[in-house]
Write a new protein. Structure first.
Length: 209
């Protein structure tokens, strides 16, 4: 994964193409930390290219603590990009800030949207949470996965702020099919980011038992 910034030196699109030719599989944008609005017009060429090539972008979405420098990563700030570029595979971090109503609406409205589990679906409360505590209920999580489909969920740890081993164990022991666990714990990411073959993930999840 690489990142971009509207103020980076040189031609931003040319830089991205060079990154891709060197092996980059996707872009990560953390607009609140990077200090720019995600719909900055200087990124239009980047988004248009990613839309044409179906090159994935991961967006940090919402809060992960009570510290909030700006609102640049709020879902409302991301919506102009999401609504305009419907062929970009977009992964929204932290289950779109952990608001299940938004997750259900986004999944129904946009077929190119995926959701990262980090912090929102955690087996260990390792930082001060601001997400809805209902995500700590396994039955609630399973219902949401069933509503939007396991193929739309990508495992993420947000390490070191999250705990991969606890989160993986929680997902492995949920009442989900092995195929669904394989999708969430690796196969979806391999498909989205065009990395190798996803076939081995099913075997690895089964062996985890």
């Amino acid at each position: 994964m690489v990142s971009i910034h509207p103020e980076m030196e040189g031609n931003t699109l040319l830089n991205l193409k060079n990154y891709i030719s060197s092996g980059a599989k996707g872009i990560k944008i953390h607009s609140s930390a990077q200090g720019f609005l995600p719909n900055d017009a200087r990124l239009n060429d980047i988004y248009a290219y990613c839309n044409e090539m179906r090159f994935p972008i991961f967006f940090h979405c919402g809060l992960t603590s009570e510290v909030k420098a700006n609102n640049y990563s709020d879902l409302e700030m991301l919506m102009p990009v999401i609504d305009k570029y419907k062929d970009i595979p977009i992964v929204l971090g932290h289950m779109a800030e952990g608001k299940f109503e938004d997750v259900l609406w986004l999944a129904k409205t946009y077929q190119n949207i995926y959701f990262d589990t980090s912090i929102a679906i955690s087996g260990l409360l390792c930082i001060k949470r601001v997400h809805d505590t209902s995500w700590q209920n396994d039955d609630f999580v399973i219902d949401i996965f069933g509503s939007i489909g396991a193929s739309r969920i990508v495992f993420g740890s947000d390490y070191p702020f999250g705990s991969p081993i606890h989160d993986i164990n929680r997902l492995i022991h949920m009442n989900l099919k092995n195929e669904e666990k394989s999708d969430i714990l690796g196969r979806n990411a391999l498909k989205i980011f065009s990395i190798g073959s996803p076939d081995y993930v099913v075997k690895e999840v089964k062996n985890a038992y």
